[in-house]
Ligand binder design. Sequence first.
Ligand SMILES: Cc1cc2nc3c(=O)[nH]c(=O)nc-3n(C[C@H](O)[C@H](O)[C@H](O)COP(=O)(O)O)c2cc1C
Length: 215
Amino acid sequence: MKVLAINGSPRVNGNTAAAIEVVKEELVLHGVELERFDLGLNIVRSCAACNHCARIKKGLCLYNDDLVNEGIKKIAESDGLILASPVHYSGISGTMKSFLDRVFYASSRAPVNPLRHKTASAFVCVRRAGGLPAFQSLMNYLTYAEMVIATGSYWPVIYGAAPGEVLQDTEGMAVLKEIARNMAWIMKNLKDGKEAPPQKVPKQAMNFIRNENSR
Ligand SMILES: Cc1cc2nc3c(=O)[nH]c(=O)nc-3n(C[C@H](O)[C@H](O)[C@H](O)COP(=O)(O)O)c2cc1C
């Protein structure tokens, strides 16, 4: 089994990367691989709101010139997903937001959303403040997609500023390891599960202003 961890930091060797490596070590102890997917300094355009993905219904974005469609394919091949971002102005990094908006929007327009019922988790790395709103915004993607969320026993806001400092946040590290153990356990149980998951019920959008252009 394999987990894909999205690293939303521009610093490929920064704190978010170091924290992902800690999760990886713990997952490996429980028989699960982890691949890190660094957004780094790549330019990821924001969603054009063109709704091409809704029309073609292939679960892919129209724009093929950045990491989004590659990320979608890698997520589909993985059993679990971790979203990890540095905190930038009390939110997630701009690149991470552009990436996730398009990955989750296009995936939700596929005939079968590859994210649905996949095991997932999220955490953020922060120097001092703004961790919880950033964490919440990562959770918004996971809950929208009906993912099965692995948690630890505290909200995973990991502290550090200079690259590697997060490793000194011993409580944060313990929470990340708990998440890894819970994630491995959930993934194994879902794989061996005997009962089929609930069927998807078609979404009934209820826009507040109603005319033929509302969708
Ligand atoms: C543009 C920018 C905005 C930041 N905003 C915040 C912030 O709102 N609160 C905070 O405590 N730290 C903030 N930081 C610090 C980072 O969250 C912190 O250094 C984190 O460990 C970086 O993780 P990384 O090494 O994976 O990039 C900011 C850093 C940058 C570059």
